[in-house]
Design a protein around this ligand. Structure first.
Ligand SMILES: Cc1cc2nc3c(=O)[nH]c(=O)nc-3n(C[C@H](O)[C@H](O)[C@H](O)COP(=O)(O)O)c2cc1C
Length: 350
């Protein structure tokens, strides 16, 4: 096996303090950090801005917005689960007009990069949302939440069927300025997530957000009834991380060049590193923010330290690293046999 040192590495003791280039690019969305919020877990960023400067985030991904105001599903709509939580909030929100006026304007004035998440009951809803967003400043990208029931198709979730998923993506792409990237947010509740990913990319998605929550259910053993008023809910948090990493891995294998925003149960920098190594170009942090509102900045710092300790100079170098074969692999000079000067050259045959 050929091992290659592709650059000069630092001595072990200096690696954790080395400066790593943490910039990330998601389909042209240039970010100084690869850490974004996850839709629905930080509203429009106002509350988080009390804990840290939200302009330091890769981007704020806003709660999915629909055309009209919605009160969401009845309570109780949160339940704790081992290593996660179940929610059935049901896309509660003020509707696009109020969102644009209150939140989008604020985010733009604040100088935060903004990914607006949209959701609808029909393909036409998504098209209308995209048309409205097109008229406003401050939209850096659109995340298309396709984990919504398609009213015209017996409530079947758009993300679970390739044709419905493509129809939504196509409608958003047609009605969005070509300079604004759009990301399709995929559901893990499918047999073959890569076929949905491929359909979305063919329909015009510039990138993929992977993954939304998994459908789950909890029974309250005191009442002997479902714990959530909505019966089922979306499972999030560390419990879903292995599923999410697997989805990122499979999609990266099927689509080597498509930008991926990974998410699902990220709590620490090492969790985020798993996603990057599996093929994500950036990550969103969601449920952890409810326990620790400073988590996005902490995860950024921990990821940077983890990358430095492994000898990476940049985040980009680590993307998809777990897919590389032995002869493409970067190793630290300190770990490689010391029969050369180590800088920018192939080393040894093993
Ligand atoms: C309370 C809550 C609300 C959410 N709302 C949305 C939403 O509006 N739109 C969306 O695309 N995803 C929504 N999600 C899913 C998250 O964005 C994310 O995909 C998922 O929770 C996995 O990441 P996590 O484990 O880090 O939370 C929500 C998740 C939670 C926990």
């Amino acid at each position: 096996m050929t091992r290659a040192v592709i650059r000069d590495s630092l001595p072990k003791e200096q690696r954790s303090v080395a400066v790593v280039d943490m910039s990330a690019n998601l389909a042209g969305l240039e970010m100084t950090s690869p850490i974004l919020t996850a839709s629905g877990c930080a509203a429009a960023g106002r509350e988080l801005d009390q804990f840290f400067d939200i302009t330091e985030l890769g981007a704020v991904v806003t709660k999915s917005i629909m055309l009209e105001p919605r009160s969401g599903r009845p309570t109780p709509r949160m339940a704790e689960t081992p290593s996660g939580m179940l929610n059935s909030i049901g896309l509660q929100g003020p509707g696009i007009a109020s969102f644009v006026e209150r939140d989008l304007v604020w985010l733009h004035q604040r100088g935060a990069r903004t990914v607006v998440s949209i959701a609808g009951d029909s393909v036409e809803d998504y098209a209308k949302l995209a048309k409205i967003l097109r008229m406003h400043e401050g939209v850096d990208a659109i995340e298309v939440n396709i984990s919504c029931p398609n009213v015209a198709d017996r409530g079947k979730v758009f993300a679970c069927e390739a044709n419905s998923a493509s129809a939504v993506v196509q409608a958003v792409r047609r009605n969005t300025d070509s300079r604004i990237p759009i990301f399709a947010k995929l559901s893990p509740d499918v047999t073959d997530i890569t076929s949905i990913a491929i359909a979305c990319v063919r329909a015009g998605a510039d990138g993929l957000s992977v993954i939304n929550t998994l459908l789950g259910m909890v029974i309250d053993t005191d009442t002997m009834k479902p714990a959530l008023a909505g019966v089922t809910g979306g499972l999030s948090g560390p419990a879903i991380r292995p599923v999410a990493v697997r989805c990122v891995w499979q999609i990266r294998q099927a689509l080597p060049d498509v930008p991926i925003l990974g998410m699902g149960g990220i709590r620490t920098g090492l969790d985020a590193l798993q996603f990057i190594l599996a093929g994500a170009n950036a990550v969103s942090v969601g449920t952890v923010v409810f326990n620790d509102p400073t988590a996005p900045m902490r995860v950024h710092r921990e990821l940077s330290e983890a990358l430095a300790s492994k000898g990476f100079r940049s985040l980009a170098e680590a993307v998809s690293y777990a897919h590389r074969s032995g002869d493409e692999i970067i190793v630290n000079e300190a770990e490689a046999p010391s029969d050369g000067d180590g800088a920018d050259q192939d080393l040894d045959q093993m």
